[in-house]
Design a protein around this ligand. Structure first.
Ligand SMILES: [Zn+2]
Ligand SMILES: [Zn+2]
Ligand SMILES: [Zn+2]
Ligand SMILES: [Zn+2]
Length: 237
């Protein structure tokens, strides 16, 4: 799970990562010593020096991170909170681990009742659109997992299926990494020829085919634009 340092400064355009500033990285505070562009112009190399370290002056424990030009570092103000017990920046490793464990437990509890949708925690009845997975990959030894296939539960089902596929090697049917295109007659196609379902699957990328600007040569879309032009001509006649 991602770690969010307690005191990190919200990122703004005006006030970017700068040499001399502080960043939080791997539960410690670091001073930014140098920022250099890399050969690949989309990346930068950042040299960091541990703040709470006796070696500071020697620069021996400096580390170099390579990051995308727009990577959002967790910048810190000069005054930041440190855990008294372990010296980490707050929240420290131990607290973070405890929180993650508590969240994992809570998550597992959502998945341990037969025919109860883990997303909305309501029972899935036979008449509702649904999807079931024999393998429960969240609550080990838990029952088979069933989700509603309705908009408020779909996102959970999509995420679960990805996780399930990784563990079991099963085939993903609810989502597609391809690029979905919506056409003028309401149909949807996908640039991924192995798309499980261009109309039903959740897609990461979507665009409309916009026959007006760049011709889409599907006969159905051409028909729509023909009709539009005919109507427009009739209006101006
Ligand atoms: Zn601690
Ligand atoms: Zn549900
Ligand atoms: Zn089209
Ligand atoms: Zn697709």
């Amino acid at each position: 799970m991602k770690w969010y340092p307690l005191d990190s400064i919200r990122y703004g355009h005006r006030d970017k990562l700068a040499e001399g500033g502080l960043v939080a990285y791997d539960f410690k505070a670091w001073r930014v010593i140098e920022i250099r562009p890399m050969d690949d112009e989309s990346r930068i190399s950042v040299r960091l020096r541990p703040v709470a370290d006796d070696w500071t002056a020697l620069g021996r424990n400096d580390i170099h991170l390579s990051a995308g030009k727009y990577h959002q570092f967790d910048r810190l103000p000069e005054h930041y909170s440190v855990c008294v017990k372990c010296g980490d920046i707050q929240p420290c490793r131990e607290v973070t681990a405890e929180r993650d464990a508590a969240e994992a437990m809570e998550r597992a509890e959502r998945y341990d009742v037969f025919l109860r949708c883990p997303a909305c925690l309501e029972t899935v009845t036979p008449r509702q659109k649904q999807i079931s997975f024999q393998e429960n990959v969240v609550a080990i030894l838990g029952p088979m997992v069933t989700f509603h296939l309705r908009s408020k539960c779909q996102g959970w089902a999509v995420d679960y299926e990805k996780k399930w596929a990784k563990v079991t090697g099963g085939k993903i049917t609810l989502s597609c990494e391809g690029h979905q295109i919506g056409h003028h007659d309401g149909t949807r196609t996908c640039l991924n020829i192995e798309c499980p379902s261009p109309s039903e699957a959740t897609h990461g990328r979507y665009s409309a085919c916009w026959v007006m600007n760049a011709a889409c040569n599907r006969p159905e879309c051409m028909a729509v634009i023909d009709e539009y032009l005919t109507k427009r001509e009739a209006k101006h006649a």
